[in-house]
Design a protein. Structure first.
Length: 501
């Protein structure tokens, strides 16, 4: 199997050895059966591109509605598990690349704390944000995978940090719904829940209502950094401030790190003339029909490769602007972000309470982005389907090295959904529960499988979304929930608070 990051530029190259996690998987008896498709070069070459597309792999498709985006960059890993091709898959996340495709393809995934798993042998983007994680059909599957791939590696200095913390067994952290009694969860509101689209938010609110019935407490919180780190609509944007204020921009850090890390990686390959990022960009320019190095060469990369050119311009030099940006985003997203939200102070008693996790309806991926910049762990579990039949997932965040706690609470919530579904099936019969009212993971039905659009559409449609059109989608199902009040879709989410302290 070849490692090419989806690019023809590396076709035929030879890597010096297996990636560290592949070595650990083989040692544990796992049988790798293939490489999955991805956003070419992990989405680092272009501002605008078709998610899930690579020149070598073609267009990866969402397993629920094939015209919609599978999200990325680890698109193929999520789709392979969702379509039942494999029970487990692995991928790397710099910013959203594991959690986002898992969420829109209805599977479980974990992105570990930076340094918990080794990046040795992985095509790199960012040494401060890259993390190797797992995809599975259940939390237990992902936890078992973590038992194998977690470990230090001399080829990755972040995996040998002195403050590094791991547990003996992540699979032993898996629990059931009874653990939810007394648990305390926070809902970050500003730029997160306030802007969560109603069709998808409604699905997650059913989960929140169940959590309270099972004995958990839910409070509204805020991240002090949210207004700076995210735009007003809460949409993911890792290039925010890239031109206007590079000293606080995530892309400032990623562009520099991509250049020097990629050059280090490419220099170790054999049987290839590609040795630097400049070589990759030149190859794309010279092979416009397949790689689309210039704008409008191919539909999947309408702007060519501007991010690669931006990375090349940095020459990998860690300037004062780079150091300022790295310090700023790390402090904002840790101390003034996730850690601040987890350290909840009751307005009634002024007592401080350490919350068990933060919960998101993260359709716009703002929460995932904050965790990426912080280097903190994230998990996602399927919650149900939106009116179009697309998966909606619950996203859980926690602080550094608290991966075991995320597994505990994600498994408890997953078991709660299974338990509730079983109770409803006993009462009403499984066939009487409409598909869009079911809870948890619901297998895909591969809608619009004959269409071959490139670029793909956005994953979700909601009022105000960037891909909103005046015409309905072809073959779109009739509203599976005709009893609901459609006027609710027009409400500003800020006017309907549900969890007040």
């Amino acid at each position: 199997m070849q490692t090419t990051a989806g690019s023809y530029a590396l076709l035929g190259c030879k890597v010096p050895k297996d990636a560290h996690i592949v070595h650990l998987l083989r040692k544990a008896g796992a049988i790798p059966i293939g490489k999955s498709n991805l956003d070419e070069w992990a989405g680092m070459r272009s501002h605008s591109y078709s998610c899930g597309y690579s020149a070598r792999g073609g267009q990866c498709r969402n397993s629920y509605i094939l015209t919609r985006s599978p999200n990325g960059s680890s698109s193929g890993s999520a789709v392979a598990v969702s379509a039942n091709l494999v029970p487990l898959a692995f991928g790397t996340e710099t910013d959203c690349s594991i959690i986002s495709p898992a969420a829109v393809n209805g599977v479980v995934a974990i992105k570990p704390t930076i340094g918990l798993t080794s990046r040795g042998g992985v095509v790199p983007i960012s040494e401060t944000q890259d993390s190797v994680g797992s995809f599975g059909r259940s939390v237990k599957d992902c936890a078992r995978a973590m038992d194998v791939i977690v470990g230090s590696d001399p080829d990755d200095r972040f995996s040998t940090m002195p403050d590094r913390r791991e547990v003996l067994s992540y699979s032993e952290c898996v629990t059931d719904h009874k653990s939810l009694r007394g648990a305390k969860f926070g809902l970050p509101m500003k730029r997160f829940w306030h802007v969560a689209p109603q069709p998808q938010r409604r699905v997650i609110e059913r989960v929140l209502d169940l959590l309270q019935r099972y004995g958990a407490s839910i409070v509204e919180v805020d991240m002090p950094c949210a207004e700076e780190r995210l735009p007003e609509d809460g949409e993911w944007d890792w290039e925010r401030y890239g031109e206007s204020n590079p000293e606080i921009s995530e892309i400032t850090v990623s562009a520099v790190q991509t250049y020097y890390l990629m050059n280090q990686y490419l220099s170790k390959l054999t049987n290839t003339p590609i040795r630097t990022l400049e070589d990759v960009a030149k190859y794309n320019d010279e092979n416009r029909g397949s790689e689309g190095g210039h704008p409008y060469d191919i539909p999947a990369f309408p702007d060519g490769q501007p991010l690669f050119r931006q990375c090349v311009e940095t020459k990998g030099i860690k300037t004062s602007v780079y150091h300022a940006a790295l310090r700023h985003i790390t402090k904002q997203c840790r101390e003034n972000g996730i850690d601040a939200a987890l350290n909840y102070r009751s307005p009634a008693t002024s007592a401080e309470v350490q919350l068990d996790a933060l919960l998101f309806c993260d359709v716009k991926r703002g929460g995932i982005q904050i965790a990426a910049q912080a280097g903190y762990p994230v998990m996602t579990i399927p919650a149900g389907l939106d009116p179009d039949g697309m998966p909606v997932s619950l996203v859980l965040l926690h602080s550094k090295w608290q991966d075991d706690k995320l597994i505990k609470w994600a498994s408890a919530i997953e078991d709660m959904l299974v338990h509730q579904q079983e109770q409803r099936a006993r009462l009403y019969g499984k066939s009487s529960i409409p598909r869009n009212r079911r809870l948890g993971r619901i297998p895909p039905t591969y809608m619009q499988y004959l269409r071959k659009n490139i670029p793909v559409e956005k994953s979700y449609h909601y009022k105000g979304s960037k891909n909103e059109t005046d015409e309905p989608w072809p073959d779109r199902r009739a509203d599976p929930d005709p009893g609901r009040n459609h006027d609710e879709d027009e409400l500003d989410n800020k006017e309907v608070p549900r969890y007040l302290v």
